[in-house]
Structures are given as structure tokens and as C-alpha cells.
Design a protein around this ligand. Structure first.
Ligand code: PLP
Length: 395
């Protein structure tokens, strides 16, 4: 069979199971799908910020193309500035900016872990975390989603390994729920393990009064007072969700940064992102830190509470603790039909199907934004309820 025959067969197979996915650009639909939780793109704020930046920085220390990897002449002051801005916002000792969350997670985990190590991964960890471990050759063991008892039972087993790692997300990207982070930190100390925590969907939602929107770890500031989490924690902070841009910081002990600069292959062997993008990232982080986005964070949290209450009143289960609210419908075709119906009435809610989620757990993944109105949220609920009735679904 030629490779093209193989592709054709695979694609037909996906189509027959409602699993074929396609690229769509439909800005006219009401956005319940993007990660622009704080509406920084949809209301033009970031565009304005970029224009201001371009007026102020006429091409001296900030160019468009970085012209190389950061170790080979692609390093510009705006990268240091962005990393400092992140450290100031999240109160991290040190950080390194990668081109994306995917490259940060894969590059960091594949550099840090090795064949002699064991990585305990929450069953719902993002692909980028799992791919990083896979590349390193470390042994991988899954623990049941958010089940710290199960994790501890695995940690207790005496497996002769050099180092133990725990991989987790602050907000799970398809379920919107959160782990018991204080409990995870306790387990790390007890069993001398290091937690790699991906804060992608927690940024802009969780934080503390002094670190608005800086993530779930920052939200535990009071509880962790006096402890140095960074001896046992590495943070990954992808910026493509609420911060509304791209790139990702990996943050922790200063030794970590030095190590990654030398060994993270996605960092060493790849052209650095445009320095002008790093300058824009700095502005965005400074805005978070100086409370410019506080009202958006508050509006987002209010909308989330409002929508979750609507679902609960209609006996639809919600375990989400974030702006991601999944409504699990079961089979892929049912989910696809509901998503299509929503599209007909002008709403963009994507059907998330295998392989992204487990078979039988296809879902509408609803992303709540700070600028959604109560009326829009109410209309969304009405259509979902209608579809549940029409399709005779039992949730
Ligand atoms: C939890 C999580 N980590 C990492 C990533 C990857 O980040 P990026 O889109 O910046 O590559 C994503 C995005 O899908 C994500 O949801």
C-alpha cells in the first residue's frame, strides 16, 4: 500500500466514526471555544498594546526576527525583560521563555528526566507533558485523575530509580477541574519527588491579591508562606490561554534555568521567537501585575459561577473549577450533532472527541469569557437543554 492509500484509508475511517477534524475560521460565530478567556484579543486590547509598543520602540533593541537561536546571536534584551516581568508577577526565582507551551514542556521534561527516572503522570495530563517524558526514555506510570491516594500508593513502592517526578496540570484542559496542589506538594516532600506543574489554564483565573492571575501556585501564597516550593516544583506557564498571546515560561530554581539554556533541545536548536513578541509579552505581564486586568478576571469568575449555577439548576453535573466547562454527552456523533446545532444558531462550541478524550466521553467544551453576557450564557444553556431532550440523552 502506498503512503497516500494509507492516508486515504485512515481519513475515511475517521469520517465514518465522526472523528475527522477540520480547520475552521468562523469569526462571525459567538466564541465559546477559544482560550481568550479575558477577551484581550476579541475586544482589541492586545492590538492596541502592540500598536503602542511599535510607536515607542523603533527597531533598536527590538527587531522582528530574532535572527538565531538564543545561544547563537538570537538573544535580545527583550527576552530578559520578559523573564524578569514573569518573575515579578508570579514571584518565581528564575524563568526561561520558550516559543510555546508545547516546546517548553517537551524540551524541559526531555532534558530533565532520563532512562533511570520514573514519572508519575495524572491520567489526564496534556500531550506535551507525556511527549516530554516519552522522548526522555523515563519510565511512565499513570495515577488516577486527581487521586492522591492512588499516587501515594505508587510512590510508596520501592522502585530503584534515580529520581521521581510528578506531572500535573493546575487546571485540566478538557475537564476544567483542579488538583489538590497543597497535597501534591506534601507528597513531593515526603517522597523526595519533583512536581512539574503546567499552569496553562490557571493563568488569568487563579492568583492572589498581590499576584493577580498568576496561577494556582500563586493562589496558595498564604498557605505556603515560609516554604520554598521551588526546591520541589517546576512551573510551566504557557501564555496562549488567558494571557492571549504565545510563548511559555518554565520557572523555578536559578540552576534550572542554567541547565535548560544548555540542555533543552527545543530551546537550543530552535530560532528564538520575535523579540518584539517578547516585548509585547512584557507589557501584558506588567498589566496583570499592576492590576489593569483585575476587572476582567472578576468578570470571568462571575460568569463562570453564573453558568455553573445554571447547569446545576438543570441537574447537569459540573466538576469544573475554572473557565473551562465541559458538558459530557458521550458518543462522538451526538456531540457533533449538538455542536452543529449550536453553530446553526451562531454559537461556536466545539465537540471534543477521541483521541483528545476517552471513547464514550465526547463533550462540548465550553470556554467562558469575561465579556460573555448573561443573555448569551442563558441562550447557550437553552440550546444544550433542547438537544439533550431531542436526542434523549441521560446525563
Ligand atoms: C495544559 C496545556 N499545556 C500546554 C499546552 C501547549 O501550549 P501551547 O499552545 O503554547 O503550545 C496546552 C495547549 O493546548 C495546554 O492546554
Amino acid at each position: 500500500m502506498s503512503y497516500l492509500e494509507h492516508l486515504e484509508r485512515e481519513i475515511k475511517n475517521w469520517e465514518s466514526q465522526s472523528l475527522h477534524r477540520q480547520l475552521r475560521f468562523e469569526p462571525e460565530l459567538l466564541d465559546f471555544s477559544s482560550n481568550d478567556y479575558l477577551c484581550l484579543n476579541s475586544d482589541g486590547s492586545h492590538w492596541k498594546l502592540l500598536q503602542e509598543l511599535l510607536k515607542e520602540k523603533p527597531g533598536t533593541n527590538v527587531t522582528v526576527g530574532s535572527t538565531g537561536s538564543r545561544l547563537i546571536r538570537g538573544h535580545w534584551p527583550s527576552f530578559d525583560e520578559a523573564e524578569n516581568a514573569f518573575n515579578a508577577w508570579a514571584e518565581t526565582p528564575s524563568s526561561l521563555l520558550f516559543q510555546s507551551g508545547y516546546s517548553a514542556n517537551v524540551g524541559t521534561l526531555s532534558a530533565l528526566t532520563g532512562p533511570g527516572d520514573i514519572a508519575f503522570c495524572d491520567r489526564l495530563c496534556h500531550a506535551s507533558l507525556l511527549d516530554g517524558v516519552r522522548l526522555s526514555g523515563a519510565q511512565k506510570q499513570y495515577f488516577q485523575h486527581n487521586d492522591l491516594n492512588h499516587l501515594e500508593s505508587l510512590l510508596k513502592k520501592k522502585i530503584p530509580r534515580k529520581r521521581r517526578w510528578i506531572l500535573c496540570e493546575s487546571v485540566f484542559s478538557m475537564d476544567g477541574d483542579i488538583p489538590d496542589l497543597a497535597g501534591l506538594l506534601d507528597l513531593c516532600r515526603k517522597y523526595d519527588a519533583t512536581l512539574f506543574l503546567d499552569e496553562a489554564h490557571a493563568l488569568g483565573y487563579y492568583g492572589s491579591p498581590g499576584n493577580p492571575g498568576a496561577g494556582l501556585l500563586a493562589s496558595l501564597k498564604k498557605e505556603l508562606a515560609g516554604r520554598d516550593p521551588y526546591s520541589h516544583v517546576i512551573l510551566s506557564a504557557p501564555l496562549g490561554k488567558a494571557p492571549g498571546i504565545m510563548g511559555a515560561f518554565v520557572a523555578g530554581h536559578p540552576l534550572l534555568r542554567q541547565f535548560l539554556v544548555n540542555r533543552a533541545r527545543s530551546f537550543v536548536f530552535s530560532t528564538a521567537q520575535p523579540p518584539v513578541l517578547a516585548a509585547l509579552i512584557t507589557r501584558i505581564l506588567e498589566n496583570f501585575r499592576s492590576h489593569v486586568y483585575d476587572h476582567r478576571i472578576a468578570a470571568l469568575r462571575e460568569n463562570v459561577d453564573y453558568f455553573k449555577n445554571l447547569l446545576k439548576e438543570n441537574r447537569i453535573q459540573v466538576s469544573s473549577r475554572s473557565a473551562i466547562i465541559p458538558v459530557v454527552l458521550g458518543e462522538a456523533d451526538v456531540c457533533l450533532k449538538t455542536s452543529r446545532r449550536l453553530k446553526e444558531i451562531g454559537m461556536d462550541v466545539r465537540a471534543i472527541r477521541p483521541p483528545t478524550v476517552a471513547p464514550g466521553s465526547s463533550r462540548l467544551r465550553i470556554a467562558i469569557h469575561s465579556c460573555h453576557t448573561r443573555d448569551q450564557l442563558g441562550r447557550l444553556l437553552d440550546v444544550i437543554l433542547e438537544m439533550i431532550q431531542d436526542l434523549n440523552l441521560e446525563l
